[in-house]
Design a protein around this ligand. Structure first.
Ligand SMILES: NC(=O)c1ccc[n+]([C@@H]2O[C@H](COP(=O)([O-])OP(=O)(O)OC[C@H]3O[C@@H](n4cnc5c(N)ncnc54)[C@H](OP(=O)(O)O)[C@@H]3O)[C@@H](O)[C@H]2O)c1
Length: 324
């Protein structure tokens, strides 16, 4: 099969297309003939830090955390899927390839109304938002949610999910073009953080939950605008992983500061998230309350171009690789 490999740490040019053996199936896995794969920010971090993975081994890595496609083989103990099923799936790595093996319980049916290709844009964002915003922070209908980076893959999906489930939504983005997009999609109160200070604009809103990927000096500002019993969840620190905070902000309002990485969660946790999103989020696709926002699709061999686009931060929503 053809697959994109990270050959060493570096820029997009280290992504190389190679002929590669098909993955071998474990008994609880299915083999997916991939139709499309989603690109995620984390793939770029993996590419830049490849040499720190694998204890100095010279093996290359096939990146890719989410795919859509058709099941072509099933493992000995798989009973919930069959050959020919169309699915989208969360994978631990290996998505930028024509075939990938994945635990059958991490595959979900293609949501009603979504094409097989576009479904590749769904798993990483929906799983991450569900686990952090709805599980860890326990966002309730009527509560107020702020998501920084509103036009990211995470932001475009998370804002739609929270709105559809009855929350009031707020967001930030880095250009007027991005704010126009968020306003056209009616995705809550959106501000250009390069022109206005979010901690000033939102200071009287009493936000209940904040999903943040910026970190650094956003952290104290986030704590200051949270409502009593508010929850701050970090899923990255793109400006800085380090923050100075005033503990008084937490103590005076009974705040909770939490966060997570999805990739290293156990297979059981991912299975549980899959069950919960199929029950709670999949119907929202069917009723057309949410849909993946796709910015651009590239052929597999142009993965380096797709990474360049993501690193430019010009995109709005998701970037996909298409296999044929
Ligand atoms: N912890 C987890 O399990 C988990 C899972 C999935 C994603 N994530 C994280 O969630 C974030 C969104 O992921 P994604 O795949 O949706 O990414 P994405 O589409 O590339 O979006 C990232 C956006 O963040 C904004 N941004 C803010 N500060 C930035 C900075 N210092 N450098 C670069 N961009 C900055 C940019 O938009 P503006 O123009 O508005 O600044 C950029 O478009 C990423 O940080 C990713 O690592 C974490």
């Amino acid at each position: 099969m053809r697959a994109i490999h990270i050959t060493k740490s570096g820029g997009p040019e280290v992504l190389k297309l190679k002929e590669t053996p098909k993955p071998k199936l474990e008994k609880n896995q299915v083999l997916i003939k991939v139709k499309a794969a989603g690109i995620n920010r984390s793939d770029i971090v993996t590419r830049k830090n490849m040499n720190t993975y694998g204890n100095g081994s010279t093996e290359t890595i096939i990146p890719g955390l989410e795919v859509s496609g058709v099941i072509t083989e099933i493992g000995d103990t798989v009973s919930d899927k069959k050959i020919g099923d169309e699915v989208c799936a969360l994978v631990s790595s290996g998505g930028y390839a024509e075939y990938v093996a994945v635990e059958s319980s991490h595959c979900l049916p293609i949501p009603a109304g979504i094409s097989l290709t576009d479904a590749a844009a769904i798993p990483e964002t929906v799983f991450t938002v569900w686990f952090n915003v709805f599980h860890l922070a326990n966002l309730q209908p009527e509560e107020k949610l702020l998501i920084h980076g509103g036009t990211s893959g995470i932001g475009t999906m998370g804002l739609q999910m929270a709105k559809a489930l009855g929350s009031q939504i707020y967001t930030t983005a880095g250009s007027d073009k991005k704010i126009d997009f968020l306003n056209k999609m009616n995705l809550g109160k959106a501000i250009n953080y390069k022109k206005e200070a979010f901690e000033e604009v939102f200071k009287d809103e009493k936000i209940d939950v904040i999903l943040d990927m910026v970190g650094g000096d956003y952290t104290q500002k986030n704590l200051e605008i949270l409502n009593k019993k508010g929850r701050l969840i970090n899923i990255n620190g793109m400006n800085s992983m380090e923050a100075t905070i005033n503990l008084r902000s937490i103590m005076s309002k009974n705040l909770v500061l939490t966060g997570s990485f999805l990739k290293p969660q156990s297979a059981d946790v991912k299975t549980q998230i899959a069950k919960e999103v199929e029950k709670n989020i999949w119907p929202l696709f069917k009723s057309e309350k949410i849909h993946p926002v796709i910015y651009k699709k590239f052929p597999l061999e142009d993965a380096a171009e797709a990474h360049k686009l993501m690193e430019s931060s010009e995109h709005i929503g998701k970037i996909l690789l298409i296999m044929d």
